[in-house]
Each structure stands twice: as structure tokens, then as C-alpha cells.
Design a protein around this ligand. Structure first.
Ligand code: GDP
Ligand code: MG
Length: 435
């Protein structure tokens, strides 16, 4: 999806103004990308129709880069469609019951542990109930997690009646001052009647205040169908999207939200007990758009970058005086920040471009060599570098003239991009000042 959308936005790149033609072409590409990401065709069409209208409406207001503007409109629309706020869960009753349902392997047991850990951290008296009676290791798995997070697990290894176990668990919780019981249930590899009946029976017997449906984000269109079936039987309250630490771009979030009209409440991003996040529609929209997790990039960059240096660079970028010495300094900073490929991948639009490249910190060596072969004057004024200087730099660094040319070209593009960003920032400030 990321590649597709990047392609769609490329259509707009370099155009000065949003026109009917390139909006139409771009929305069509966006639609195709959404469909490829398992979004139902009609939903994708509705989304892109609205996006096109918004883009056309704002046409007159646009003075900055239309591609950026378009991305923003798409991002806003996707955010709106996935629900604009993180939703909380309902904790009511004595004890309050949270029922966890979903297919086998979707991540129910792992999520149950994570949710218990999260509630415990909030000071709640929480307990886990092991109601997966089919997989031999299921009870042990939950017990191990419970021990790890310091939460009691109610289980009856001999009992083969999930509803009875669940009821006993509630009684036990009441007697022992537990205020919340998280009920982990059994799942099958595919939807089947016996499983549906059992979880429906548990629901009837316990009257949970919150039913969460857990689904593996990697399962694509299947995720949507499963969500639909579970919702018809259980009328669940919210969705937990798991395994978002993998390759999945999260397209399932959009389709599920649209098809079952229930909020996504949590996302699970790993096997560790801490890897649980509230769902943020705006961040998921960015992810679906392949814009990378810009927020994490900024957060990580802030930790590693010297603030003074950042301010100095920012001033230079504003005055359009960013030069090769600054570039060299930045490369060194980036190296300090850790895995270069990860970091570059988080830059909007870059993920797809570098996916198949073999980048590590040593990839900077030739660039550094070429910059170091420039004189101080050349570094500060790259426009000075004519063909005889290029030859000298190539010889000094042991690189070809083509490589020197490429570096100069890329540097020039980088400067242009900075200039554009400055214009956008300035426009933004002006906009605020006028409000
Ligand atoms: P259940 O059958 O629905 O109870 O699923 P489990 O909780 O047992 O999870 C199935 C497998 O997926 C286990 O190996 C988990 O460690 C793994 N898993 C669960 N959630 C995540 C996640 O968010 N990310 C990753 N990478 N693995 C997960
Ligand atoms: Mg399980």
C-alpha cells in the first residue's frame, strides 16, 4: 500500500497547483491503493470521492506544495473514518467483566496479559480467567504471563466446561476483592459454529461490560470477514489489532472500522507485555499512508540531537545557507542515533524508496570521502564546483565524476526541499497570525 500511495502522490509532485486533472488521477491511484489494501471497493470509492471534493474545495486556498496538501487531506479523511479519538473501555459491575474473543493465534492470550498489566499499573484490582479448555498449553501460557506481571490467574485444568469455569472465576473474584476479570477464551483456526456458540454462551452467562475482538492485522481481507462474523454473534464493543510490529501497514484497521462500525481500541505491537498502545487514528492514518511514524522519528531524534546544534542548523536552513559542512555534521549525528535504515525509513516517503537497499552506517563513507575532498570554500559554496573542481574531488576521494555529480545533484535537491519546507512553515505561521 505504501508503495502504491507513494506512487499516487508522485503524480502530484512537481505540479504547481492542484488542477482537476491531477486530482482526478491522484484520487484514482489512492483508490486503487486502498482496494489493494483490502478496503472494500465501495468504501474506497466513497473515501476518494470525498477526498476529491475536499481537494477541489481547497484549490483556491493553496499556495504551497499541492502534494503535501493532498497528503494532508487524505490523512484527515482516513483519521476521521477511523474515529477521531482513542476510545476507552467500559468497566462496570462487581466485578467488571472484560471478554476477549477472536480466532486462534490472533493474540488473545498475549493481549489479555497486556491489558491486565496496564490495568494493574492504573491501580486496579484485576484478575485473569483461563477459559481456553482446548489447547493443552493454553492455561499454562496464561499462568506464565500472570506470574510475569503479578496478576492472579483463575484456572480449572480438569474442568471441560468453559462457561462453568468463567462463572466460577467471577464468584472467586467477588470473594477475593477483585474488581475486574479479564476472560481469555478459546479460538479456532477458522470461524466455526461450536466456537461461536461457546463464546456466545459465555457472554450470556457473564454479561460483560466490555467485549473486545482480537484480530491479527496481517490477515488482510480475512480480518474483515472474521470481524463481521464475530460482530454478528457477539455485538462486541471494540477491536484489538495485533502484530502491528510486523510488515502490515494497518489497512485492516480502516476496513474493519468501516465494515463493523466499531472502534479500534488497542494496538498490539510485540510479544512483550509492555507492547500495547491505545489506538490513535491519526497515527494509523499516517501508517496506512506510508508516511512513516513521523512522531517516533521526531521523538528519537530529539533524544540524540544536540539542541543548540539543531537551532543553529535550523537558522541556516531558514536562510538557505545549509552547506556541505552542515551536511557532514548531520551524517555524523545520524550515525550517533543508531540504525540508519530504521531512521531513514521513518522519514515521510522514504520507507518504500529504501526498502530493498542495503544501507548501514558504512554507506555514508563514500559521501564523507567526497565531502572531505572539497576545500572549505567549496563546502560553503557548492555552486563554485565546476568541472575541473569535480575532477579533483573525484580523484581525491577515489570516486568517479558521476558519483560526485550525483552527490551534488542530491544535495541541491535537498536544499530545494528545505526551501519548500521553509515556505510552508512561513505560510503556516502567517495563517496562525491571521486567525
Ligand atoms: P491466541 O491463540 O489468540 O491466544 O494467541 P496468542 O496470544 O497465544 O498469540 C499467538 C502468537 O502470536 C504467540 O506466539 C504470540 O507471542 C504472538 N503475538 C501475539 N501478539 C503479538 C504482537 O502484537 N506482535 C507479535 N510479533 N507477536 C504477537
Ligand atoms: Mg490463547
Amino acid at each position: 500500500l505504501q508503495d502504491k500511495l507513494n506512487g499516487a502522490f508522485r503524480t502530484l509532485k512537481g505540479k504547481d497547483r492542484i488542477t482537476d486533472i491531477n486530482v482526478a488521477a491522484t484520487t484514482k491511484e489512492v483508490r486503487r491503493a486502498l482496494v489493494d489494501a483490502d478496503v472494500n471497493f465501495k468504501i474506497a470509492k466513497d473515501i476518494t470521492d470525498r477526498i476529491r471534493e475536499t481537494a477541489m474545495d481547497r484549490k483556491i486556498l493553496i499556495s504551497v506544495e499541492p502534494g503535501q496538501m493532498f497528503v494532508k487531506i487524505v490523512q484527515e479523511e482516513l483519521t476521521r473514518l477511523m474515529g477521531s479519538n482513542s476510545e476507552s473501555i467500559s468497566i462496570k459491575g462487581d466485578p467488571a467483566v472484560i471478554l476477549i474473543a477472536g480466532l486462534q493465534g490472533s493474540g488473545k492470550t498475549t493481549f489479555s496479559g497486556k491489558l491486565a498489566a496496564m490495568l494493574k499499573k492504573q491501580g486496579k484490582q484485576v484478575m485473569l480467567a483461563a477459559c481456553d479448555i482446548y489447547r493443552p498449553a493454553a492455561i499454562d501460557q496464561l499462568k506464565v504471563l500472570g506470574e510475569q506481571i503479578g496478576v492472579e490467574v483463575y484456572a480449572e485444568p480438569e474442568n471441560k466446561n468453559a462457561v462453568a469455569i468463567a462463572q466460577q472465576a467471577i464468584a472467586y473474584a467477588r470473594q477475593n476483592g477483585k474488581k475486574i476479570v479479564i476472560v481469555d477464551t478459546a479460538g479456532r483456526l477458522a470461524v466455526d459454529e461450536a466456537m461461536m456458540q461457546e463464546v456466545e454462551d459465555i457472554k450470556k452467562a457473564l454479561n460483560p461490560s466490555e467485549i473486545l475482538f482480537v484480530v491479527d492485522s496481517m490477515t488482510g481481507q480475512d480480518a474483515v470477514n472474521t470481524a463481521k462474523t464475530f460482530n454478528e454473534r457477539l455485538n462486541f464493543d471494540g477491536v484489538v489489532l495485533t502484530k502491528l510490529d510486523g510488515d502490515s501497514r494497518g489497512g485492516a484497521a480502516l476496513s474493519i472500522r468501516q465494515v463493523v462500525e466499531k472502534p479500534i481500541k488497542f494496538i498490539s505491537t510485540g510479544e512483550k507485555m509492555e507492547a500495547l498502545d491505545l489506538f490513535h487514528p491519526d497515527r494509523m492514518a499516517s501508517r496506512i499512508l506510508g508516511m512513516g511514524d513521523v512522531i517516533s522519528l521526531v521523538e528519537r531524534a530529539q533524544q540524540a540531537f544536540d539542541e543548540e546544534e539543531a537551532r543553529r542548523l535550523n537558522a541556516k536552513m531558514r536562510q538557505n545557507k545549509f552547506d556541505f559542512d552542515d551536511f557532514l555534521g548531520q551524517l555524523q549525528q545520524i550515525k550517533k542515533m543508531g540504525n540508519v535504515k530504521d531512521l531513514i525509513g521513518m522519514i515521510p516517503g522514504m520507507g518504500a524508496a529504501i526498502k530493498n537497499l542495503d544501507i548501514d552506517n558504512s554507506s555514508f563513507v563514500p559521501i564523507e570521502a567526497m565531502i572531505q575532498s572539497m576545500t572549505k570554500k567549496e563546502r560553503a559554496n557548492p555552486e563554485l564546483i565546476d568541472s575541473s573542481r569535480k575532477k579533483r574531488i573525484a580523484q581525491g576521494s577515489g570516486k568517479s565524476i558521476t558519483e560526485v555529480n550525483n552527490l551534488l545533484k542530491q544535495f541541491d535537491e535537498m536544499r530545494k526541499m528545505m526551501r519548500k519546507m521553509n515556505t510552508m512553515q512561513a505560510a503556516g505561521k502567517l495563517g496562525k497570525a491571521l486567525k
